[in-house]
Design a protein around this ligand. Structure first.
Ligand SMILES: Cc1ncc(COP(=O)(O)O)c(C=O)c1O
Length: 397
């Protein structure tokens, strides 16, 4: 058989994506102030970012980054095990561990990298990783990288998780779930999953990218809401590109487990450590998350306003009480055309299509931030109503 030409394969794949309306393009953000973005020369109100608490441009956070960069430079100069582990990283790891009640933290350059690292380092052939079907792609990819057996249970189905854990008793088992599901906004049944993990001798690992900062007292996230801590959830990931308004991820766990990952995880060992200035900025974000509950209160009230208005309009809301409020539309063409109509009306809400979400579940993933105001929310609702031909005008609160 002749070798397949790469160019032909790529052209065929591109044609398939075009036919399925699955081509992905990147929009260039030329300027941004809060939720106002300048894209292709037009000012739009963004409803699709993850800056839930508006910290990405907060003066304290920006000043911490600038000052640390002035003192320490931009790059970390090496991987953490060689020359890249800085006092700012160490301080941030200690502060996060103390705040969330864990023995130790480990700072990664991205959440994606952290999930590859955790699962690759803790699991291998003969082990089992049981995951919610709607977990973020990097949890799935981490399990694949580890070569363990990966089983995925129907979304939020605790009994199915239990059954899958019961299929294998020989190796190590990890039960992994998002705390808040990134494309749906609903919350994992963590208390029940903790019971299942304990009964099945599995380690429960929660990726709370969209929970920490937003939910619970002081923004401690999904675990605090469910009344759980390090005993029930021995390993927790806090990606920092969302409520923290920065980049990277903090892994939290015991000295033994996190220490093992720090010494053996290939995605951690063989990658340049994040900038010390980013750790400094995230320390500033942590202070604001803890000390400014008004950000969460305002966000919650905007979420409630959006849901009230959307249900008055008969929009198909999901069971989500977090800032992620998807409108599931079905096929790609519908999601794209609604996104384009919203853009015409002045709103940036990118269409989310498979494989990011299951087939026939293309959607608008609307996200709210405390940087929005009531007028923004009402304006978006009116634009949605217009675009969808909904039954009545939005009801003011
Ligand atoms: C649940 C979840 N985990 C991990 C990630 C990846 O984190 P990062 O963007 O820092 O790579 C994301 C989103 O980006 C996410 O939604």
């Amino acid at each position: 058989m002749p070798r397949q030409r790469l160019a032909e394969r790529l052209a065929a794949a591109r044609a398939d994506r075009e036919a399925a309306q699955a081509v992905r393009t990147r929009r260039v953000v030329e300027a941004r102030e809060g939720m106002q973005v300048l894209v292709d020369g037009r000012q739009l109100t963004s409803f699709c970012g993850n800056d839930y608490l508006g910290l990405s441009q907060h003066l304290d956070v920006v000043a911490a980054l600038q000052e640390a960069a002035a003192w320490h430079g931009v790059g970390s100069t090496g991987s953490a095990g060689v020359s890249g582990h800085h006092a700012e990283h160490a301080a941030f790891e200690r502060e996060m561990a103390q705040w969330l009640g864990y023995e130790r933290g480990l700072f990664f350059g991205t959440g994606y990298q952290a999930n590859l690292a955790v699962l690759q380092s803790l699991l291998g052939e003969g082990d089992l990783c049981v995951q919610d079907k709607l977990n973020h792609a990097c949890l799935i990819d981490g399990a694949r990288l580890s070569r363990c057996e990966l089983k995925r249970y129907p979304h939020a189905d605790v009994e199915a998780a239990m059954r899958q854990l019961m299929t294998r008793r020989d190796g190590v088992a990890i039960l992994a779930t998002d705390g808040v599901f990134s494309m749906d906004g609903d919350q994992a049944p963590l208390a029940d999953l903790a019971l299942v993990a304990r009964a099945q001798d599995a380690l429960l690992y929660v990726d709370d990218a969209h929970g920490v900062g937003v939910l619970g007292p002081e923004g401690r996230g999904s675990l605090a809401v469910a009344g759980l801590g390090a005993r029930e959830v021995p390993l927790l990931l806090v990606p920092l590109g969302k409520a923290f308004g920065g980049q990277g991820a903090m892994l939290l766990g015991s000295h033994a487990v996190v220490g093992h990952i720090a010494e053996t995880a290939r995605p951690y060992l063989y990658s340049t450590a994040p900038a010390p200035a980013m750790a400094a900025a995230m320390r500033a974000s942590l202070k604001l998350i803890r000390s400014q509950p008004w950000r969460r209160a305002k966000l919650a009230s905007l979420v409630a306003r959006f849901r009230r208005g959307a249900s008055a309009l008969g929009l198909p809301l999901q069971e989500s009480f977090t800032p992620i409020q998807p409108i599931v539309l079905g096929d790609n063409a519908r999601a794209l055309s609604l996104s384009a109509a919203l853009e015409q009306a002045g709103y940036l809400v990118t269409a989310i299509r498979p494989p990011t979400v299951p087939e026939q579940q293309a959607r608008l993933r609307i996200t709210l931030s405390c940087e929005h105001n009531e007028r923004d929310v009402d304006g978006l609702l009116a634009a949605l109503a217009e675009a969808l031909g909904a039954r009545k005008a939005p009801q003011p609160a």
